[in-house]
Design a protein around this ligand. Structure first.
Ligand code: NAD
Ligand code: UDP
Length: 341
């Protein structure tokens, strides 16, 4: 295949990174993946090949390993970086804050150092709606306050955002895209790629699909006494393929010497836990056994995005709705009862 540019994709074997690699390839960008496989599997590379006919170049390394990373930049003429690599389990981050600071912030520091050495100016960073903490209003806009967060995972995202903002202020030749993802769900329509959680899923959709396949007995709905239309929490669920496309649009924007850009990537639609479960049941004709359980510590009642800025500046608009998400998540789970294992 002939590509116009090499893009380093850290964490490219993971859920969002692997789907983004598909869109990069389809849009003429060559992903060079680095991943330490702490939460992923190289089988995903074969799946990418089955879908787009090209198996990305892959290096098994930890982004904190400066020499190994430097070697990749010496071998390839990297022009841009998409930085997905990181740990993401909120509960685990409370238990092991040192691990989260070390992995998430440490890998970003090393990456930025090696980028500087090789004069690479474009980077997209995976941030999260979690940086808004408990939002003062919904929908949430990009210039709403960030930083009042309650767990180490969110703290690492905030600190990296501030670092990148300072860097952009200091070096006007840098082009930096900070993407604040809302709740990614869904899977590629082929059913060949999807989310592959290790152990008991923390997130709602993988838990629902594991109940559907019989791996879990029932869904615990955490809290039905919130001040929302049905008492359960509201989130903004975005199809992972829409999210992936958002990265390519942002990369195109960085190539216009954008400087620093920050976008919410969501659907602008809030969905309750019960609405999501209902949508899943209808889309797939499956009943999900559920029980109401106490609120989960640290949960906020409502979180959904205003995405006008991403629409105006990069033309980002979602193509998939919640029913598509539910169908594709189930298609992936059904075809891969044990994920990539
Ligand atoms: P994921 O765990 O599937 O992917 C992350 C990848 O990074 C994994 O393949 C893992 O092996 C790799 N990795 C972790 N630390 C590494 C290191 N030090 N060196 C090399 N590789 C390393 O997670 P995901 O859902 O694809 O998330 C990607 C990014 O998006 C993460 O930064 C995450 O915090 C962020 N994010 C995710 C969500 C979500 O709900 N999935 C929401 C908001 C933000
Ligand atoms: N949730 C739930 N049962 C589960 C997992 C999640 O009721 O087994 C709820 C959770 O309390 C929240 C919503 O589903 O209200 C989305 O949770 P998730 O962890 O997927 O996303 P986050 O809360 O991090 O935005």
């Amino acid at each position: 295949m002939i590509f116009k540019e090499k893009v380093l994709v850290t964490g490219g074997c993971g859920y969002i990174g692997s789907h983004t690699c598909l869109y990069l390839i389809e849009n003429g960008y060559e992903p060079i993946i680095v991943d330490n496989l702490c939460n992923s599997n190289t089988e995903v590379l074969n799946r990418i090949k089955s879908i787009v006919g090209y198996k990305p170049i892959f290096y098994e390394l930890d982004v904190r390993d400066e020499n190994a990373l430097d070697e990749v930049f010496c071998t390839h003429d990297i022009k841009s970086v998409i930085h997905f690599a990181g740990l993401k389990a909120v509960g685990e981050s409370v238990e092991k804050p040192d691990l989260y600071y070390n992995n998430n912030i440490g890998s970003t520091n090393t990456l930025l150092k090696v980028m500087k050495k090789h004069n690479v100016k474009n980077i997209i960073f995976s941030s999260s709606a979690t940086v808004y903490g408990n939002p003062k209003r919904v929908p949430i806009y990009e210039n709403d306050p960030i930083g009042e967060v309650t767990n180490p995972y969110a703290e690492t995202k905030v600190k990296i955002e501030f670092l990148l903002q300072d860097l952009a202020n200091h070096d006007k030749t840098m082009n930096i895209g900070i993407l604040r993802y809302f709740n990614p769900i869904g899977a590629h329509k082929s059913g060949l790629m999807g989310e592959n959680p290790k152990g008991i899923p923390n997130n709602l959709m993988p838990y629902v699909t594991q109940v559907a396949i019989g791996l879990r007995d029932h869904l615990n709905v955490f809290g039905n006494d919130y001040d929302t239309r049905d008492g359960t929490c509201i989130r903004d669920y975005i199809h992972v393929c829409d999210l992936a496309r958002g990265h390519v649009l942002t990369l195109n924007k960085l190539h216009q010497n954008s400087g620093l850009v920050i976008y919410n990537l969501g659907t602008s639609i809030g969905t309750t836990v019960l609405e999501l479960v209902n949508a899943f049941e209808k889309a797939n004709n499956i009943i999900i056994k559920k029980e109401f359980a106490p609120r989960r510590a640290g949960d906020i009642a409502e979180c959904y995005a205003n995405c006008d800025k991403a629409y105006k500046e990069i033309g980002f608009k979602t193509e998939f709705n919640i029913v598509d998400c539910c169908r594709d998540s189930w298609n992936w789970q059904k075809k891969n009862p044990n994920g990539f294992n």
